[in-house]
Design a protein around this ligand. Structure first.
Ligand SMILES: [Fe+2]
Length: 324
């Protein structure tokens, strides 16, 4: 079977095409059009304009593949309403054109599923870090959030720091590049409550700091990541997990990977994270999740939902792997 995926939850419009071959899934197309990081942050209607402007290029890309899909899936939520609606309309148009089912996909679950399928994990402790989400998740009959941010996501905190410090680029990547210039550390608020954590106090203090930019960035990353790793370690010991899977856009951060990897190894657990192209928002993960979840999905009233959570949807029982 061939499934098309459309991603549009926030700054990225994506087209993914995957093909299933028994228990293996091959990614045939994974193309993204990303709204650039800007110092004033993201404005919802501008994101929608960007996605609409690139809808034609997406259609051309799809046409050029010459593939005929059996399913079309799209990111139903969570996300920014304006952006979600553009992706929904694109997906609905493709599904009507080919007369195939339209499958709604929980974006957060898609991040996890592509990580699990590429890393071939069994039942990992999941650490989901992106702009709007920072959660520690276990898998039972469905995904359960056992720890999470009490205010803003880790990615949003780093993006805001990057913007306010006028870094290049003005986001979390800018913070990482700046942080790599030094090992000078200054104390910033460290807030962990059981398996939950908070980033707003850290951000406020970092923005008020008169230290050099590289020292602020290094300290903000080290403090925030240490908080997350402490909460993960508590969850790892409590749930006796043997694997730790890091997913989401900020999973590309090599320092965060290193810290979680050291912590996991100290408890005899395996640490893994997907390839960079499957960490950030991408449509291959939407196509993959649509393909493995479409049976039994309720298609009626399946328009965008801004407030979805990872614990809102059923998990995939099928075993499948990403073909290398
Ligand atoms: Fe995402």
């Amino acid at each position: 079977m061939i499934c098309i995926g459309i991603e549009s939850t926030a700054h990225t419009l994506g087209l993914g095409v995957v093909e299933s071959r028994e228990k293996r899934i091959k990614v045939l197309v994974n193309r993204t059009w990303k709204y650039p990081s800007i110092t004033e942050g993201y404005v919802p209607f501008k994101l929608a304009e960007h996605h609409a402007d690139n809808a034609g290029a997406l259609a051309t890309e799809l046409k050029n593949t010459g593939l005929k899909p059996d399913l079309v899936s799209y990111s139903q939520g969570p996300g920014i309403g304006h952006s979600l609606h553009v992706g929904f309309i694109i997906a609905k148009t493709i599904s009507n054109t080919f007369d195939v089912p339209l499958v709604p996909v929980n974006h957060a679950i898609a991040h996890i599923e592509i990580g699990k399928s590429e890393c071939r994990t069994k039942n990992p402790l999941i650490v989901y870090v992106s702009g709007g989400n920072t959660q520690i998740i276990i898998q039972k009959d469905k995904y359960e959030v056992v720890g999470e941010t009490m205010d803003m996501g880790l990615g949003n905190m780093l993006d805001q720091l990057g913007r306010k410090l006028n870094l290049d680029p003005p986001d979390a990547v800018g913070v990482l590049k700046e942080a790599e210039k030094t090992k000078d550390f200054t104390n910033l608020p460290y807030t962990v409550k059981g398996m939950n954590f908070s980033f707003t106090g850290l951000l406020t203090a970092a923005l008020k700091s008169r230290e050099k930019k590289d020292k602020i960035c290094f300290s903000a990353q080290e403090t925030a990541f240490s908080m997350l790793v402490e909460a993960c370690e508590r969850a790892l010991c409590h749930y006796h997990s043997k694997e730790v899977l890091l997913v989401g856009g900020n999973a590309r951060n090599r320092r965060l990977r290193e810290m979680l990897s050291i912590m996991s190894a100290s408890h005899g657990a395996r640490f893994c994270a997907p390839s960079d192209e499957y960490c950030g928002d991408n449509a291959a993960m939407i196509a993959l999740t649509g393909l493995v979840s479409w049976k039994g999905v309720e298609f009626k009233n399946a328009g965008p939902r801004q407030k979805m959570r990872v614990d809102d949807s059923k998990i995939m029982k099928n075993k499948y792997y990403l073909a290398k």
